[in-house]
Design a protein around this ligand. Structure first.
Ligand SMILES: [Zn+2]
Ligand SMILES: [Zn+2]
Ligand SMILES: [Zn+2]
Length: 89
């Protein structure tokens, strides 16, 4: 993935990490997820686009919170939905 950045990514000083290693929406319904993503605006941890429910994408669109971080151990990157920007940190 090419590294490109945007104002949203540049504004992030401290990356929010998952408080719990689970999708906050999937656990309510007993659904499964593949990977975890943490919203950098409100700190909620939700599931990725490879997961059946794509909760992180839906959250970004509905709440207009642009940036997520990977919630996976060993992955250190941020992604901005509106700008399709990606950066490793
Ligand atoms: Zn952006
Ligand atoms: Zn989910
Ligand atoms: Zn959010």
């Amino acid at each position: 993935m090419p590294a490109n950045t945007c104002g949203h990514l540049e504004a992030i000083e401290t990356v929010k990490h998952p408080k719990q290693r689970e999708c906050a929406e999937c656990v309510k319904t007993g659904d499964r997820w593949v990977h975890l993503r943490t919203c950098q605006e409100c700190g909620v941890t939700l599931c990725c686009d490879s997961s059946p429910n794509r909760h992180a994408s839906h959250h970004a669109r509905a709440s207009k919170h642009p940036v997520i971080a990977s919630g996976e151990i060993g992955e250190r990157w941020l992604y901005c939905f509106p700008d399709d920007a990606f950066v490793e940190y």
